[in-house]
Design a protein around this ligand. Structure first.
Ligand code: PGA
Length: 254
């Protein structure tokens, strides 16, 4: 069975001090929860301090970075490499988030390089995919998802694909308060699992976790996660408050 995966994407929010304060309230609130992967993606600047704090608590919450350059080092002003992330204790990295694609112009070929580089360095990629409202209304959701999956995973071998987590995040649902209905999420997730099955075989596809992201809150997490192909959530706004993210992490999963 696929272990539920609940991840906080803090985006460009929280100083080191605010991140540590979050942990102080959040860790007691999820105490005793088992059988779920809980991941926090703070800004790069807070990774080191949070990693130390989690180690002190011997806590199973893992850290993710929100982006990464695919090279190990070099003349890439302003970028952070997988080697650096390893040193900071990031086990995961969010790649191809829609804000990276749409605000910073990241293209599929670069995202694909990042995915394979992360795997090579032992960091689990959380590959984000999802259609815009315009693409959905034009009836292109599935073709957009197919292109993003095909290109994002172009160089990922059958041995490595199980290290990847996918996140379906319809762009129209991110930060808008407009969540995809559980049925819309299930339809997209089942389609993506089908793509994985045709690339890697259905036994492998059954092991890969596909998260939903886009206005997930404590009040809608359970119904989304109840869907058979929704294996977790990538949470932005509702993961900024400890109680709210704890409510999602501890939600009932039918
Ligand atoms: P949101 O963001 O929960 O604020 O919609 C999700 C995301 O961008 O990962």
């Amino acid at each position: 069975m696929r272990k539920p995966f609940l991840a906080a994407n803090w985006k460009m929010n929280k100083t080191v001090k605010e991140g540590l304060e979050f942990l102080e309230a959040f860790l007691p609130a999820i105490k005793g929860i088992e059988g779920r992967d809980v991941v926090i993606a703070p800004p790069f600047t807070a990774l080191h301090a949070l990693s130390n704090a989690l180690e002190r608590e011997s806590c199973s919450v893992a850290l993710a970075a929100q982006n990464m350059h695919h090279e190990e080092k070099g003349a890439y002003t302003g970028e952070i490499s997988p080697v650096m992330l390893n040193e900071l204790g990031a086990r995961w990295v969010i790649l191809g988030h829609s804000e990276r694609r749409h605000i910073f112009g990241e293209q599929d070929d670069v995202i694909s390089k990042k995915v394979t580089s992360a795997i090579r360095h032992g960091i689990g990629p959380i590959l984000c995919i999802g259609e815009t409202l315009e693409q959905r209304e034009a009836g292109n959701t599935f073709s957009v998802l197919r292109n993003q999956v095909d290109s994002g995973l172009a160089d990922v071998s059958p041995d490595d694909i199980v290290k990847v987590v996918l996140a379906y995040e319809p762009v129209w649902a991110i930060g808008t308060g407009k969540t995809a209905s559980p049925e819309q999420a299930q339809e997209a997730h089942a389609f993506v699992r089908g793509l994985l099955a045709s690339k890697y075989g259905s036994a492998v596809a059954e092991q890969i976790r596909i998260l939903y992201g886009g206005s997930v809150k404590p009040s809608n997490a359970s119904e989304l996660l109840a869907k058979p192909d929704v294996d977790g959530a990538l949470v932005g706004g509702a993961a900024l408050e400890p109680d709210s993210f704890a409510g999602i992490v501890t939600c009932q999963i039918a």
